[in-house]
Design a protein around this ligand. Structure first.
Ligand SMILES: [Zn+2]
Length: 407
């Protein structure tokens, strides 16, 4: 008996495995691109797994990941990263706002692959592709996805082609080539790179990234909820994350729904999703919705920012196509979207470096800035546990490192 299957979120049809899913061009017969994985393993087993003290990687949760043979695992040590208690942020909240809160930082910069939050998804993709005999993959990307998938797919022996916009960070191109993969610099912006990737996918029958709702990405990232239970024994009250596409919030909701039967006290944390003021279409969409009193169809009314000018290239999704999926999750959680000024990011990253010795990349700085903004907006309350999901280290962001050093 298979340990998992996929279920279409539109029509409920069961897709038995990824071999079938890939053969159907990563979609259900009804045309839907969204499916969730379901498992036959008894979730009580998770109670034993979260007793583990020093797991090597997130394959600790093999029973609740969608592949069959452990021999196919492709890993650089990712996923089971430390959650640290950062007291300087607690002290700030107390001194400036008289708020007693516990502040936890989820250190994605300590993932072994490329020091980013993309490593778990890239690892699980490489593993599942290997298991299913996939030989080629392609994507349009601006940064982290490109480098993380380059490294993990190379280890799995999979040929990977990345279409990048003309404005790509040269550190990214260099990293893709260093991992022996292919990069096509397109003479246009990100949406143009996406068109080129789609054409390559059709002309050459090469599997293409399924985007933020890709069940592989969601299943990899949902393990962060299992990690909250393993490391904290609970779900935090507040979850802060910088958002570009929005797989993170989707994955947190999926993880919480999976553990509901064995940990009924585990509730969706209040989600505070952060964007910098130079590319904040989801924040603007949320503000429109609030103004309208969340009238019917509010989640479909969001702006598109053409060609956003921002130093945070990995948070430069000007067309927030995932807003209709992500925003209702935020609403259900009782959370909100937050806007932070881009011109403070280097200063905020410098304080983290001075206090905790950690060099964060610009997107992680957006997330940290969200904590300060949340305090200022009264979004954090006395007695709450706040988890800040910091996305990446400073590797591949040499210009931002200079800004931090000079801040
Ligand atoms: Zn369907």
């Amino acid at each position: 008996m298979s340990k998992y299957h996929l279920r279409c979120t539109q029509c409920g049809e069961v897709v038995p495995d990824f071999a079938t899913w890939f053969s159907q061009n990563q979609s259900c017969k009804c045309g839907s691109k969204r499916a969730v994985a379901e498992y036959s393993t008894d979730y009580n087993k998770l109670k034993t797994l979260i007793e583990a003290k020093a797991p090597e990687n997130f394959y600790l949760y093999f029973d609740f990941l969608p592949f069959e043979n452990f021999d196919n695992v492709i890993s650089f040590g990712e996923g089971t990263i430390p959650i640290e208690n950062w007291t300087y942020l607690e002290n700030f909240a107390k001194e400036k706002y008289d708020i007693d809160c516990k502040v936890l930082v989820y250190r994605n910069d300590l993932n072994g692959g490329t020091n980013t939050f993309k490593d778990v998804a890239a690892s699980l993709a490489a593993t599942i592709f290997k298991e299913n005999g996939i030989k080629d993959f392609c994507v349009a990307s601006t940064g982290n996805t490109a480098t993380a998938y380059s490294r993990y797919l190379a280890l799995a022996g999979i040929d990977f082609t990345v279409f990048v916009p003309k404005c790509v960070n040269p550190d990214t191109v260099e990293a893709i080539l260093r991992y022996g993969q292919n990069v096509m610099v397109c003479d246009g912006d990100y949406s143009f790179a996406k068109q080129r990737a789609a054409a390559f996918h059709e002309d050459n029958e090469v599997l293409i990234s399924a985007g933020n709702i890709d069940p592989i990405r969601v299943e990899a990232k949902k393990t962060m909820v299992f990690e909250f239970m393993r490391q904290l024994g609970r779900i935090p009250d507040v979850y802060i994350q910088a958002v570009s596409g929005g797989t993170g919030p989707i994955a947190v909701e999926k993880g919480i729904s999976e553990i509901g039967d064995i940990f009924p006290e585990a509730k969706l944390p209040r989600m505070l999703l952060v964007q910098q003021d130079t590319c904040d279409p989801m924040v603007q969409g949320w503000e429109r919705a609030k103004t309208s009193g969340f009238k019917d169809g509010w989640e479909k009314d969001y702006p598109i920012i053409d060609n956003p000018q921002t130093i945070v290239s990995i948070l430069s999704t000007g067309n927030p196509g995932m807003f209709p999926v992500v925003a209702p999750i935020v609403k259900k959680s009782g959370g909100t979207f937050l806007r932070v000024p881009e011109n403070n990011l280097a200063q905020i990253a410098k304080i983290a470096k001075d206090q905790c010795g950690v060099y964060f990349g610009p997107a992680a700085a957006v997330c940290l800035a969200g904590f300060y903004q949340a305090l200022q907006n009264g979004e954090i309350h006395n007695g709450e546990t706040v988890l800040i999901n910091t996305g990446e280290g400073i590797r591949r962001a040499s210009s931002f490192k200079e800004m931090v050093d000079n801040a």
